[in-house]
Ligand binder design. Sequence first.
Ligand SMILES: Cc1ncc(COP(=O)(O)O)c(C=O)c1O
Length: 371
Amino acid sequence: MTDTPGVPFNDLLRGMTRDRTAALEATAAVIDSGYAVLGSQHAAFEKELATYLGAADAVGVASGTDALELAIKAVMPEGKAVVLTAANAGAYTSTATTRAGFTPRYADVDPRSLCLTAETIRAALTDDIGVVVVTHLYGFLGELAEIRALCDERGIALVEDCAQAIGASRPEGFASTFGHAGTFSFYPTKNLGAIGDGGAVVPGSPEIAERLRQLRQYGWQGKYNAALVGGTNSRLDELQAAFLRIRLPMVDGFNQRRRDIIARYSEAAADLDPTLLAVLPADGSSHAAHLAIARSTRRDDVRAQLAAAGVSTDVHFPIPDYAQPAFARFAPDEVLPDTTEACAQILSLPLFPELRDDEVDRVVEAIRGLR
Ligand SMILES: Cc1ncc(COP(=O)(O)O)c(C=O)c1O
């Protein structure tokens, strides 16, 4: 044990302190504008986000979960009601799917990336599936062009959950531009974080954009005239939009810093028995490095050793969706072996762009000291 303060898992105060002056100026600009929702900050943020992503459009909403719910509603083909997804991604898609009135179903994940792939999706396809939601878990953007082609062959709509993957890209485009819709969360700990809740959907066509804009505002086609069933109130407010405009230009730098920190952890773990600790790689532009994920067959023991060395850890996410009481009725008949094993082995190491080098050194030392 040591008397020096431990390494925090996250510390939002550091980013808020860095951006304090700009955030206060943005707050004043919003107050002086007299607009609280759907004003000029929101319109500018939608445009700037779309430009950053190389997308035609972006639709602001109130959270990442709302983004998923509205996206699923906007793209579900007529007569279908099943959403295929992964069960190791925090249950946000399960929540959104059931709120949309549809049924979640689960495909197993790839044992290396811990994400869905065309292969794992193909193995789970049935005729009643209308939407596949691929979560770019931990920030990893997989072979989405291949998944899109598979969905197109079967008349299935593809939604990308990019909550953890803003800025991840492949030569064909950024995360969110492969699907019929791509969703984002701006929850404060995300790679692009607000000072409150927020979200957005990148629509795959002008028609989907139009549906999303109606769905986020009571289903209105015009004021006080609801055209779409399933509308709700889900708007990104002016203050959050203004804060997000400050941080959007910083995202690429944040992502690089996150990747560099993970590279240090990987290097430190390279000499260990991989069953004790193996760090998932997060290299290159296809990875936004949202979380520093390691695997261990002795997770509790490893977490205890790291805690004793002053290093905070967490688990993202420990319980498959179908093993959580709210979604137990959707449990698959057969075990999903790679999902089950991943949930039992993963742990998350400290990772945020403002983590100091001396703190990274301390995590590295703690990793090297694992026995
Ligand atoms: C993968 C993923 N999807 C969706 C969400 C939901 O976003 P929000 O908390 O903004 O509703 C989160 C994070 O919270 C997430 O990590």
